[in-house]
Design a protein around this ligand. Structure first.
Ligand code: GLY
Ligand code: MN
Ligand code: MN
Length: 441
């Protein structure tokens, strides 16, 4: 961990939390951030894979239950580590020297010990943010100070803008994931199964599945039409002609989220042209990114450009205007063009218009759009246009008026190819964009 940038990052967080407390001017003057508690499957003693709360990871990359950051303005933040006495599991936490400089680190064994420490520190003015009101109450925090809406809105909104430290982690997470994408593509071209391609990615990136920022999507052929396809087939009926792999890595809790679509030599030539067109479309969208622009306008531009691709490749008939007026591009791309990215793959605050929590919902014709923010320097998001042949959406239109604008012969031939998504991670700069992904390709 680069300690200078990390020191600046925690200093920025301290200002941000201080500003939040000052602006909100609520009945709390300090904040306790909780990583979360361990959960078990119903009727089972097996624990669900743990995922720490994003606001804890924003301070310190420890993906463990019952870790706490205590913040009071003008004081050094305190990192309370609960390290239970437990001979079943490894509980030790290696302390990075960079954390030691930024926090007073207090190592405790139980939550009761933490409750005693907080009694001395907090004078009933402590807000709690995290998943467990029960833990908060056991620590003596008043119900009215658990997850205050105004505080969450402020902190969620601020997370979209990344510090230099965060950008370093995001670049590293992109660089590492590209090693995986290279290995995955090679495995695909050698005839690998979804399962083998998935393992090739994990091996090349030295990731356990649990360490990934999200479940890898590894889809061959028609399965590429399933947006969040979750299985990994262990046998191939035919050699794969299309691979859609959406897979990322984590570095110090920050995730990359990258999709590549590859094709074999013998893929349908029309599908090959579409992949080429979508690569160009994605790069054209990235070139549109700049501060002051709304993310919604990038989404609208995606739909317009997609209409052009559909017409140019004989998937649809009619004019761009016709297709847009009838929401036909959305039949081929039912998701938004991307989302904020950080310690959570779909990072928080994407639908907020401001730090007080005014909501800016997605447009009615694109309800799945996860980001409606105005672009600002050092905001990080994905740009991920797609074009899919999804039977569920298309077949419903076969005999409709919209269906008259679709060239069914080509659609029928391309169902077996599934779909295309091209996804990069983008930082807004002062006058354009930094492509956090392609710079390492
Ligand atoms: N990996 C999920 C997504 O691209 O949003
Ligand atoms: Mn993705
Ligand atoms: Mn994504």
């Amino acid at each position: 961990m680069t300690s200078i940038n990390y020191a600046k990052h925690t200093a920025t967080l301290c200002s941000s939390y201080s500003n939040a407390l000052q602006h909100i001017n609520g009945p709390y003057r300090a904040v306790l951030v909780h990583s979360g508690v361990e959960h078990h499957y119903f009727g089972d003693d097996r624990a669900v894979s743990f995922q720490a709360y994003g606001h804890l990871l924003h301070w310190i990359p420890v993906n463990r239950p019952n870790q706490f950051v205590y913040f009071r303005p003008n004081e050094k933040p305190v990192y309370f580590q609960i390290v239970p006495s437990d001979f079943w599991h490894e509980q030790d936490i290696n302390v990075d020297p960079a954390w030691d400089q930024q926090f007073t680190i207090v190592r405790l064994v139980t939550l009761d010990e933490l409750a005693k420490q907080l009694q001395q520190l907090s004078k009933s003015d402590l807000a709690y943010i995290g998943e467990s009101p029960a833990v908060a109450s056991s620590l003596g925090i008043d119900k009215s100070l658990i997850n205050p809406q105004a505080l969450l809105a402020y902190l969620d909104f601020s997370r979209a803008i990344k510090s230099d430290y965060e950008l370093d982690q995001l670049r590293a997470a992109n660089q590492l994931a590209l090693l995986g994408h290279r290995a995955a593509k090679a495995c695909f071209l050698e005839g690998g199964t979804e399962f083998e391609i998935h393992l090739a990615f994990l091996q090349a990136t030295a990731h356990l599945e649990d360490e990934s920022p999200y479940t890898n999507i590894v889809a061959l052929n028609e399965k590429a039409a399933i947006l969040h396809y979750q299985f990994k087939r262990k046998a191939n009926e035919d050699k794969g002609q299309v691979l859609l792999i959406d897979a990322g890595c984590r570095v110090n809790a920050y995730g990359s989220d990258i999709t590549r679509t590859s094709v074999s030599e013998d893929v349908h030539p029309k599908f090959r042209s579409l992949v080429q067109a979508m690569e160009e479309l994605e790069l054209a969208l990235v070139a549109e990114v700049c501060p002051g622009k709304t993310y919604q306008s990038l989404h609208q531009s995606t739909l317009t450009r997609l209409a052009r691709v559909l017409i140019d490749n004989d998937i649809c008939n009619g004019s761009e205007e016709n297709l847009i007026a009838l929401d036909i591009p959305q039949l081929f791309m039912p998701h938004g063009v991307g989302h904020l990215l950080g310690v959570q793959v779909h990072d928080v605050g994407g639908h907020q218009a401001d730090s007080i929590g005014t909501l800016l919902p997605p447009p009615a014709n694109s309800p799945a759009l996860r980001n409606t923010r105005v672009m600002e320097a050092d905001m990080v998001f994905t740009v991920e246009p797609g074009l899919y042949f999804i039977p569920l959406l298309l077949e419903a239109q076969r005999n409709s008026s919209k269906g008259k604008l679709i060239n069914w012969k080509n659609v029928d031939e391309l169902y077996c190819c599934g779909g295309i998504r091209i996804e990069d991670n983008i930082r807004v700069t002062d006058d354009g964009a930094e492509n956090l992904t392609r710079q390492f390709e």
